[in-house]
Design a protein around this ligand. Structure first.
Ligand SMILES: [Zn+2]
Length: 249
């Protein structure tokens, strides 16, 4: 009986640590900016062939809402940068993070490649690097910025990187580790690792942040998996647990 009360008090204390924490989840793209798009063909229960148009902007929102649900249950205050399908600039997303005084910023995306065998999940945190392969992902996710705007933001990024890199990396490790534990074995989604990346949406948000690439829509096997409720739930659970474990430590 005594032990039961000790456990109740212990878990109660753990949860109070999470109250007052605000997380901003950012479903990538939206509106006319669809992100990656793919056709998915399947045979329905009546034996008819169906074609589904899968858009990154829709899936990123589905995942964000599921992660939000999980985190809210733990007492964390969670906002979405968009809760329906509409266009929102990288600046507006970042401004929202400032306005909400969010403690963490998590952007959610789906990967795509012209190579249909590319596969796996990866986690980016804001940092400088010289990797050509990463540059390709950045080009896609930083779309909408040009010329002077880009230079100004690059300078600003350097200052923000310095201030947030340690926390962002720890958050990336916690979330990525949790995704690996929960989805790597059960769903055979390859671990592409934790990588530094110059994502302006993370820099502009000015707080510890990560960008998740859930998996490759261009890979037929992965596309099929990400459309299942089982994978979506498992992934959302893993991200939420990774965030909670980061916050508690
Ligand atoms: Zn994207």
């Amino acid at each position: 009986m005594k032990w039961r009360w000790i456990l109740v008090l212990y878990f109660g204390w753990l949860n109070t640590q999470l109250y007052g924490v605000t997380v901003l989840l950012d479903p990538g793209h939206g509106g006319s900016d669809t992100g990656a798009k793919m056709f998915y063909s399947y045979v329905d229960k009546h034996g008819r062939k169906r074609n589904l148009h899968v858009l990154e902007k829709d899936l990123s929102l589905i995942f964000a809402k599921k992660i939000q649900e999980r985190l809210k249950k733990q007492g964390v205050m969670v906002h979405l940068s968009r809760s329906y399908d509409h266009e929102i600039s990288l600046d507006a997303r970042a401004e929202l993070a400032q306005k909400l005084k969010a403690d963490l910023f998590i952007s959610i995306h789906m990967n795509a490649s012209t190579n249909r065998t590319s596969r796996g999940f990866e986690t980016f945190y804001l940092d400088n690097h010289n990797d050509v392969a990463i540059k390709k992902v950045e080009d896609i996710e930083n779309v909408g910025l040009t010329g002077d705007q880009l230079i100004i933001k690059q300078i600003m990024t350097d200052l923000i990187v310095e201030r947030t890199v340690k926390a962002s990396k720890l958050l990336a490790q916690s979330v990525h580790g949790s995704i690996k534990k929960k989805t790597n074995k059960s769903f055979h989604i390859k671990d592409r690792g934790i990588k530094p990346g110059l994502f302006y949406v993370l820099a502009l948000a000015k707080r510890p942040g990560i960008l998740l690439e859930v998996s490759f829509l261009s890979n037929p096997k992965e596309l099929k998996k990400v459309l299942t409720a089982e994978f979506q739930e498992a992934y959302a659970k893993a991200v939420a647990e990774g965030v909670i474990s980061y916050l508690r430590n």
